[in-house]
Design a protein around this ligand. Sequence first.
Ligand code: NAD
Length: 291
Amino acid sequence: MVMEINGRTGFFCLIGSPVGHSGSPAMYNYSFQKTEQDYVYLAFDVDLDKTEEAVSALKALGCKGVNVTMPCKTKVAELADELSDAAELIGACNTVVVKDGKLHGHNTDGIGFVRNLKEHGADVKDKVITVMGAGGAATAIQVQAALEGAKKIYIFNCKDKFYANAENTARKIENKVPGVTVEVYPLEDSQKLYEKIKESDILVNATKSGMKPAEDESLIKDVSVFQPDFVVADAVYNPRETKLIREAKAAGCKIALGGIGMLLWQGEAAFRIFTGESMPTEEVYERFFRG
Ligand code: NAD
């Protein structure tokens, strides 16, 4: 059944800048139609200095929920009335529900990452995980892995402007989540990197390495670390299969995943937070993500 927009149709939206390239409106509108829900989803280009004004306007207009992209994620976390544990630890929201005039902020990036692992038969609980990266995606993955019971997290990042963020995330996770240890090392220390990877069950790349136009790049030069039971996952989804994932598969890793599944499942998590229902992920994947 095709749902027609009417006087009672509820609306959700994406805010951030730029948003013109975003696949979110197509994905959510398709999912609302498939699940027969009387909602529409729009995208609004909002700069950082207009975030507060935009959020007030959306509240006044009765918007039911908002996805947030750069550069507004941190500001929206500051504006939220309540934050999920993940959003609080990350300090950024990508999903906000408006209920009784209050903003409930979430971050679904890490949820999407962990869910994608589970869909492929891997879990973070009681595992040792090495995550390369300290930006938005990496922080979300580190936080969610800790919240879902990871035993140890090793963070590696170049000594760039993100390094302090890794140290800050480690401190915040250890203060808030009992039973997990988080250690931070420079990515330039390749001896330490391989030593920690050998101790790990899961290796994650959440840096921009391997992302177009740097698709010939992988941070792992010594492919002997890739053993069959070792799980390798990339946040990068452009290209769909990075050099890291190609090499992990070639070396026999049974679970080696590109970032597209994380993207799909973070959208599904937001859809569930928005509507209380599951997104039709198989159809959404076929239609919008197969590439
Ligand atoms: P960011 O700008 O917040 O962080 C960038 C990170 O990459 C930092 O840790 C930085 O130190 C590191 N970095 C950059 N260039 C590097 C290089 N050449 N070598 C080593 N490290 C390098 O970016 P982000 O938003 O965290 O995105 C990182 C990647 O994850 C991007 O490819 C992005 O498209 C992807 N991503 C995927 C999803 C998903 O759902 N799959 C979600 C968010 C981001």
